[in-house]
Write a protein that binds this ligand. Structure first.
Ligand code: PGA
Length: 254
């Protein structure tokens, strides 16, 4: 049985004091929900503060990126070891990083094992662009991204995948539950070819892209979708709480 996971990707939003305020609105109610994993991914500068606020609760912490080297002369970068001290999860290969910071599949393929090596759980993002979707290339793109990101990695322990069609991110134009379920099923089949059926069945695959309180149920009802990576709606306490609560409720009957 895969435990659903809802992660809030705050992206480059919130000052430290705004982060404190947002956690204050989430803490008690999120903490009470025990059949869903809840992960907050604030900006780097707020990780330590948010970590202290959620300490002792059931809420978990994630970073939004990392650099693959352990340490050294890489001005401005954050290493896996530094993060391992602070948090449990790390988002890797988000489409905004691919698009604006030239992250290639090869770079992502260095980051994933670097995270796993220090015990961080990667939330690896994959997903096709609009023109690829329209050209019917979704399956080809996501399987290629998976294969390239995971090349040379034998053990997927702790790994999480987030399927995020680029055209659905921040656009208010979410995919449908059914479409997503189908793409995730294909991704799982591909992972099963690479890693065996059991590993693929145990691996959590999330959906991301304009998830809100209004459409969360549609996604969470699908058997292949194990949770969500939520951007914009994770900055609004009532929205995020509602998404987690809907997931919890569906999980009880699923
Ligand atoms: P969105 O972002 O929910 O604002 O579309 C999702 C993401 O980028 O992870």
């Amino acid at each position: 049985m895969r435990v659903p996971l809802i992660a809030g990707n705050w992206k480059m939003n919130t000052t430290i004091s705004e982060a404190v305020e947002l956690v204050g609105k989430l803490l008690r109610e999120l903490d009470e929900i025990d059949n869903v994993d809840k992960v907050l991914c604030p900006p780097f500068v707020s990780l330590a503060t948010v970590g202290k606020l959620i300490k002792g609760s059931s809420i978990k912490l994630g970073a939004q990126n990392l650099y693959s080297a352990e340490k050294g002369a890489y001005t401005g970068e954050i290493s896996p070891l530094m993060l391992a001290d602070l948090c449990e999860f790390v988002i890797i290969g988000h489409s905004e990083r691919r698009q604006y910071f030239n992250e290639t599949d090869e770079i992502i393929n260095k980051k994933v094992p670097a995270a796993l090596k220090v015990g961080l759980k990667p939330i690896l993002c994959i997903g096709e662009r609009l023109e690829e979707n329209e050209a019917g290339l979704t399956e080809e793109v996501v399987t290629r991204q998976l294969r390239l990101a995971l090349t040379g990695i034998d053990n997927l322990n702790g790994m999480i995948i987030a399927y995020e069609p680029v055209w659905a991110i921040g656009t208010g134009k979410a995919a449908t539950g059914e479409q997503t379920n189908q793409t995730i099923r294909l991704s799982r089949r591909h992972l099963s070819e690479l890693y065996g059926k059991e590993t693929a069945q145990d691996l959590r695959i999330l959906y991301g892209g304009s998830v809100t309180a209004d459409n969360a149920t549609e996604f969470m009802q699908q058997p292949e979708i194990d949770g969500a990576l939520v951007g914009g709606a994770s900055l609004k306490a009532d929205q995020f709480l509602s998404i987690v609560k809907q997931t919890s409720r569906i999980r009880q009957v699923k």
